[in-house]
Design a protein around this ligand. Sequence first.
Ligand code: HEC
Ligand code: HEC
Ligand code: HEC
Ligand code: HEC
Length: 427
Amino acid sequence: MKNKGIIIALSVVVAIIILGAVYTAFAINNRDISEAAKKPNPEEIQKNPTVNEVWGKYYPEHWQSYLKGKESDQKTKYGGNLRESKLEHFPYLRTLYAGLGYSEEFWEPRGHPYALEDINSVPGSRKKTGGACLTCKSPEVPALIEKYGDDFYRKPFNEMVKNVKYPIGCSDCHDPQTNDLRITRPALIKAFERQGKDITKASRQELRSLVCAQCHVTYYFKEGSKETTFPWDEGLKADQTFQYFEKRNLTEWVQPLVQTGLNKARHPDYELFVGSTHHSAGVACADCHMPYTKQGDSKISSHWWVSPLLNIEASCTKCHTQGADYLQKRVYQIQDEFKAVLDLASETNLKAVRTIEAALKTPGADQASIKRAQDHYRKAFWYFDWVSTANSMGFHNPQEATRFLAESIQYANEAIQAADQAMLKKQ
Ligand code: HEC
Ligand code: HEC
Ligand code: HEC
Ligand code: HEC
């Protein structure tokens, strides 16, 4: 009888110990970092907002996650974190980009911690635009823009780069005082203003994409001031940004083979994503690229910006009940289909270049027809480049990406016809 009492008492004690351990493990694993993050940041961060390592001292899990961006050895079918040459994968770009530094060197992106190292390794011929090239590479940039004004964009790259030490970091997206998400790049704030929109009114979910739209967008260096500018006044899309440049008669360089002024698109990731199935359903960049994941003993928003295919479980299955295998196959199917149309569009654009080149070399060719061919080609090239430089091989918005490729093929064909006519009509 007495023994039974002891056994029961012991069992209760053991049960309490086990429950306590389970609870502690649960509490650690689910420590709500966002609650902790609601407190003001420590003074050391507020005093050194651009020094990523200082933030790292107080947010060690986020820092470890950020440092994973230094990995550079994983490949998916069309993405991954390897720094590979785009010119090797897409040799036709050497011809389409003739006359631009991009025809000599053009890399796939890799992790944020590499941003400064990689821009520094680019040869001088690519950096004629000066300090402007640094706009999306370091958290020290907003203060430099304030200090130097337009000179920041105009001064030689080699002079301005001496002022920056840290690659893309915490204060690019977080307020050093409150830790709230914030927008630091004037180009995005101004692009919103010109459309009559106030970016400070953006919701939290919008900010989870807009912080990326500070850099993952197409831009150009404004006439005169050379200020980094988003050509969004007519709208975000390929046809609307084309109109923006046409209306203002702006071109970035004269392509020597077709002898007409063209503009170079730069990774319009945000622009393409807007209006996609996911965007329309309220999904943000951070939902797929910064999923809630375990880091050390805590759960945090992943700060390892990389292909979501390297961690489909975390990135997709929060919303999709299908397994990782199925989702991976779906993504590859979408990308393969997009790639097939991309290949057709590149071939047609290449043929347009060669035909215009031949017309230009033909003595007595009809100049009005050549001019028409060049006008069609300008459009064909912008639509093609806009879509092909956007990351994700079409996945972010397959329908729209394919539509603009189809239009590019149409305009390239019209350019070919007009150039053929120019040669037929020669005196
Ligand atoms: C629905 C999920 C999803 C959303 C939302 C999303 N992406 Fe992606 N993203 C992907 C997938 C899938 C890929 C393709 C990765 C691959 O091919 O390995 C990708 C690729 C990329 C890449 C290239 C990565 C690489 O390895 O080549 C970048 C950069 C990128 N996305 C940025 C963004 C930005 C910026 C936004 C918001 C404007 C965004 N993504 C929104 C799923 C998403
Ligand atoms: C490219 C933008 C970006 C950069 C750079 C960035 N973060 Fe974040 N961070 C985010 C986003 C987006 C969230 C999610 C916020 C939300 O959903 O409200 C987040 C959330 C957080 C949170 C809140 C807890 C959580 O995990 O959701 C902390 C703390 C944090 N980040 C710390 C850091 C630190 C430290 C650095 C630098 C090493 C950093 N962040 C760099 C975009 C960024
Ligand atoms: C301050 C500018 C800046 C901001 C803000 C920014 N990025 Fe990037 N991102 C870059 C640059 C520059 C690179 C390429 C770095 C390199 O290759 O050296 C890059 C690369 C990437 C890659 C490719 C990584 C790889 O391993 O291939 C992904 C994915 C990505 N960013 C997603 C995002 C997402 C999602 C956000 C928003 C939460 C974001 N970025 C915010 C500038 C930025
Ligand atoms: C935050 C939630 C969320 C996340 C994260 C998410 N998705 Fe989705 N996804 C959706 C919603 C919502 C839809 C639209 C469903 C519908 O219309 O029925 C969708 C649709 C899709 C579709 C169909 C697209 C179409 O045009 O019909 C595919 C494919 C897809 N998702 C793949 C992915 C992959 C791969 C990932 C991870 C990289 C991912 N999703 C991450 C919510 C999400």
